[in-house]
Design a protein around this ligand. Structure first.
Ligand SMILES: *Cc1c(COP(=O)(O)O)cnc(C)c1O
Length: 429
């Protein structure tokens, strides 16, 4: 069994050979690695080669692969029940745990993905305000729901164009798009259409097109304008929730959203999403209110129990400060190696345990248009250099990397040594 053969077979039975596009290596070239096993910080491919994993399933694995504390409850779940489609105590415990720790989460509804969470939260916002328009920002990803697969058309909101085929214009005609980091566009748009906007949706830490760290003032401005015009604010914390800190970016910034979405870490590696917020909004959801939303496998015991084990562990052990320090150390050292060997000057952008490498720029990169030219190609070469040495990054220059608690100093230093030997070989050619 090898990756090349498996990929050829996969292409015959699934579009592009994958079940989510970025996995295909389309952005970096070459054949995707097929993995068979994982443990801690390590991945093992079908040919038995070992990799140090900085993708971590795109974020859900705060404690690495198959952490014993989480594996334990997963085994118990196998012995008790896989799914009821009925009431059970596990989702209650997880809901109580989260609502007791995050003040702006008074009520929460579990779903099966981040996409589903955002889609449902928008429905609540529209029902609550009786308005139709949604404002989003270019450079934020919110899953693949129709209404948010849009990009700014001519750079002006109101002229949005779809980011995907198969989305009727009627699905996006109420979606307004603005650039990140731009208060004056925001003010102008609110002046013009503020009273028709149901909700402003934003990743408070945009981490799906690189890591575009926003100024606190920009997020405060959104919050203030929304309030003045009667629009809601939805923080999409699917990637940042329980990752930058237990309370996510909202907690870090001290900005309370009206609605919030979680996913990724929330399910401890199982498919779980959630939308949540103040009771007055969440009580609009069926069966207590008129907003319909349902799910056959919602609040599945695997996700609920693995999620609770992960969140309890995060709350009790509070690994965030150490993760951030380790992330700064690791990315700083790696950036110096890149500078030394690649003939380019690099920059490591870090927030908590999320990181992103790009070519150095004098001014901070806070929106899409500021990402340096040639980034995709520079990253692709780096990606394959590291992959050869057994270091696995997410296979796209626009995806961030993640540290988990199993990336010990030894693992980080092992990575740096491997990276150096790979860089020496590749870039001295
Ligand atoms: C990953 C992600 C989503 C989508 O979640 P899925 O579980 O992949 O549907 C939505 N928003 C943000 C910010 C994400 O990072």
């Amino acid at each position: 069994m090898n990756s090349k053969d498996l990929f050829e077979r996969s292409k015959k039975v699934s579009p592009g050979g994958v079940h989510s596009p970025v996995r295909s290596f389309a952005s970096v070239g070459g054949t995707p690695v097929f993995f068979q096993k994982a443990e801690g910080a390590k991945l093992f491919d079908v040919e038995g080669k070992e990799y140090i994993d900085y993708c971590q399933s795109f974020g859900p694995l705060l404690f690495g692969h198959r952490h014993p504390d989480i594996a334990g409850v997963v085994r118990e779940t196998v012995e008790t029940a896989w799914s009821f489609g009925a009431c059970e105590p596990y989702s209650l415990e997880l809901a109580e745990f989260i609502t007791s720790k995050i003040p702006w989460v008074e009520k929460i509804r579990f779903v099966n993905s981040g996409t589903e969470a955002v889609m449902s939260a928008l429905r609540v916002a529209r029902a609550s305000t009786g308005r139709n328009k949604i404002l989003k920002f270019d450079g934020c990803y919110h899953g693949h729901l129709d209404a948010l697969l849009v990009k700014a058309g001519s750079g002006l909101a109101g002229l949005s164009s779809s980011d995907s085929a198969g989305i009727g214009i009627e699905m996006i005609q109420n979606t307004l798009v603005l650039p990140l980091d731009d208060e004056s566009s925001l003010e102008a748009l609110f002046q013009k259409e503020g009273e028709q906007i149901a909700v402003v949706v934003i990743e408070p830490l945009p981490a799906n097109y690189g890591l575009l760290i926003q100024r606190k003032e920009f997020l405060q401005k959104i919050s203030m304008l929304a309030k003045n015009y009667g629009a809601l604010v939805l923080f999409d914390e699917v990637i940042s929730g329980f990752r930058v800190g237990f309370q996510g970016m909202a907690g870090e910034l001290g900005i309370e959203p009206d609605l919030v979405c979680y996913g990724k870490i929330l399910g401890g590696g199982f498919p779980v999403g959630a939308y949540a917020g103040k009771a007055k909004y969440m009580d609009l959801v069926a069966p207590s209110g008129p907003v319909y939303q349902a799910g056959t496998l919602s609040a599945n015991p695997f996700g609920m129990r693995a999620g609770l084990a992960s969140l309890k562990k995060a709350w009790n052990e509070n690994p965030y400060k150490t993760l951030e320090e380790d992330c700064r150390y690791f990315t700083g050292e790696l950036a110096s190696l890149l500078d030394r060997y690649t003939g380019l000057k690099w920059q490591a952008i870090c927030h908590g345990s999320l990181f992103w490498f790009k070519e150095f720029s004098e001014t901070p990169v806070r929106n899409l248009t500021q990402i340096p030219k040639g980034h995709k190609e520079n990253f692709a070469r780096l990606f394959h250099t590291l992959l050869k040495e057994g270091i696995y990054l997410a296979p796209s220059g626009y995806e961030v990397g993640f540290l988990s608690t199993v990336h010990t100093k030894e693992i980080l230093n092992e990575t740096l040594n491997k990276a150096e030997s790979g860089l020496k070989k590749e870039y001295s050619k």
